[in-house]
Design a binder for this molecule. Structure first.
Ligand code: C2E
Ligand code: MG
Ligand code: MG
Ligand code: MG
Length: 289
């Protein structure tokens, strides 16, 4: 009986593996036409200033509206697009679309908050990326100061010097750069030392833990304090509860982002948001540091 079950389990597992691989292959094929068929769209998630509750920026997050599968998560297709090289035209589309939509929003009298765009390391390290960014800014009319690029530590793999130089150049034009998913990589501290960035985004995995694990809390506090000494701003992502909001604000995070404030929204809904997002009830006096 046990043997039979074991075998069934194995077959089930193997079946699932094959199915996933097949699913990946199908998705990858569909990626080729998705861009020309207009199946991608952007959502925007606000980042809220921890002290004032004001919206201090928004992050553009891509979605694939697949004709058969419905909305496909970027976690599923970005890796495939990176593997197939499709990330280059897709990434260019995302950057252009985000800049265009934000420029339009401002032209209609919307608030001037920076838009953050996630950039794959493959895209970032490719020749011509700087010209692409400058070209898109010129074409859309978005002021460079309203564009922020979110990169991860992997931009430093094979060739830290080029990445550092490119970030310096971008910042010279007024574009800012944030280091995303901070704390999840390999040698984050030396990266922080070398990269001439403006901002770090603390990974969500620390935020979930901060309230319950003293070690996570110590890491979070250490990163925030260190970042501030380097004159970097800190964004805490994945804030879902009022407790997390209070905790991260108390520890000095400058900006907070997460479902507590808003899910990623279509542009029209973003434009309709109030200037401040409902902050939590103020913390009882005495709990502040
Ligand atoms: P990321 O850049 O770290 O983005 C944050 C992710 O966390 C987003 O997932 C966002 O929807 C989600 N999130 C925000 N607040 C909360 C919260 O309170 N709780 C939880 N559980 N999740 C929250 P999303 O949109 O599925 O994107 C996933 C990842 O895909 C992004 O992580 C980014 O690495 C990548 N990605 C998204 N759009 C693009 C893009 O246009 N280009 C590239 N290269 N990568 C992208
Ligand atoms: Mg990001
Ligand atoms: Mg992140
Ligand atoms: Mg992430």
């Amino acid at each position: 009986e046990a043997k039979r079950q074991g075998r069934n389990t194995w077959q089930w597992y193997r079946g699932r593996q094959v199915e996933q691989t097949l699913g990946d292959v199908l998705l990858r094929n569909d990626l080729h036409t998705a861009l020309s068929d207009g199946q991608f769209e952007l959502l925007y998630q606000p980042m809220v200033e921890a002290l004032s509750g004001r919206i201090g920026g928004v992050e553009a997050l891509v979605r694939w509206r697949h004709p058969q599968r419905g909305l496909v998560s970027p976690e599923a297709f970005i890796p495939l697009a990176e593997h197939s090289g499709q990330i280059i035209p897709l990434g260019r589309w995302v950057l252009r679309q985000a800049c265009r939509e934000m420029a339009e929003l401002h032209a209609r009298g919307g608030r001037a908050v920076p838009v953050a765009v996630n950039i794959s390391s493959l895209q970032f390290r490719r020749d011509g990326f700087l010209d692409e960014v400058l070209g898109i800014l010129a074409e859309t009319g978005l002021p460079p100061a309203l564009l922020e690029l979110e990169v991860t530590e992997s931009v430093l793999l094979d060739g830290a010097e080029l990445a550092i130089e490119l970030i310096d150049t971008l910042r010279g034009y007024g574009v800012s750069v944030a280091l995303d998913d901070f704390g999840t990589g390999f040698s984050s501290l030396s990266y922080l030392r070398d990269l001439p960035i403006d901002k770090v985004k603390l990974d969500r995995s620390f935020i979930c833990d901060t309230l319950h694990s003293p070690r996570s809390a110590a890491i979070v506090q250490g990163i925030i304090t260190m970042a501030h000494h380097m004159e970097l701003r800190v964004v805490a992502e994945g804030i879902e509860t009022v407790e997390q909001q209070r905790e991260l604000a108390r520890r000095g995070a400058d900006l907070l982002q997460g479902y507590l404030f808003s899910r990623p929204l279509p542009l029209a809904d973003l434009a309709a948001l109030p200037e401040r997002l409902p902050a939590a009830p103020s913390s009882p006096s005495g709990s502040d540091p």
